[in-house]
Design a protein around this ligand. Sequence first.
Ligand code: ADP
Ligand code: MG
Length: 348
Amino acid sequence: MTTLSLKEVSKRFRTVDAVTDLSLESESGELLTLLGPSGAGKTTILKLVAGLLHPTAGDIRFDGRSVLAEPPEKRRAVLMLQGPSLFPYMSAVDNAAFALLMRGTARSQARARGVEMLTRVGLPGLGDRRPSDLSGGQQQRVALARALLAEPRLLLLDEPLANLDPELRADMRHLIKQSQRRRAITTIFVTHDQEEAVEMGDRIALIFEGRLEQIGPPRDFYERPRSVRVARFFGSQNMFAGTYRGDIVATPFADLHIADGRPPEGPVVVTIRPEAVLLGHGGPANTVEGRIIESHYRGTHVAVRVAIGDIVIAASLRPDEARSFSVGDVTKVTLPPDRLWMMPGDER
Ligand code: ADP
Ligand code: MG
């Protein structure tokens, strides 16, 4: 159980600012996902925490104490890097049990735990193989077994599930969460996949270009994105430029009432989740008329597109709701004030 804090951390490689003025805290026992596109600085952040890199500026603390003077092995932060990292001359089970063996656990006991963990990562019976006799995905799972068995103060996983097929990925997500919860190991899980971040993280830290763009529970990134960039990264479909004044945001298709989250007055971008858009019956505010131009069945929901003049709004209906609408229908469209969210209009 360890808290991690980064205080105004920067890392510069010659001319590249990989991480800039990054401050974040992870709570003890929390699973924090670091999310960002390729090149955002995620791997660099993990290496800084593990002690493989030294920051250009700022401080890194475990339980409030700076670890900058400590070498990697004293920090007890286990880092599972992207790509092959197994000891080639050791069997899978010895690789998995490596930390236990280093710590002086009796060999038979260490091996037994290694075998058990290999079974849990879906590799029963493969303990005696060398890494060269395993596929890439299998090697990755041995590395994951090794990280989970190390019982570190901090577990740092760098895209640990990349290259696994979807079914295995889901199993491994579950395993990581379960192992992490059971031992309450503070974990940083890196991914560039927004869905994976949402599924894994108690909280998400979204990194763009080495800077922290937004941190919070997964839901915030959908419902309260701080910027248009965040909304886009999370696949927001409905974004409309407008001008905000008082309680009203003027958009090209309507003057909309706003209930919540007031930015400074002026140019804004308004967004609403497709599942928050109501069709059919009008509401007390923000109801306009639109024409249904597309409808696609998606199993769990029906994705509908509604034209209001030149503007197209995406709505998501339950399949039973969707039965009362057909393409070409003119219908009332309601954007509930408490589901609208505004972001600054000038893109940074
Ligand atoms: P991510 O893991 O999010 O894809 P990285 O942390 O690997 O991003 O890289 C962030 C930036 O730092 C990139 O522009 C990358 O090219 C640069 N970078 C990473 N490591 C080095 C290094 N050792 N030397 C020079 N530049 C580096
Ligand atoms: Mg990386």
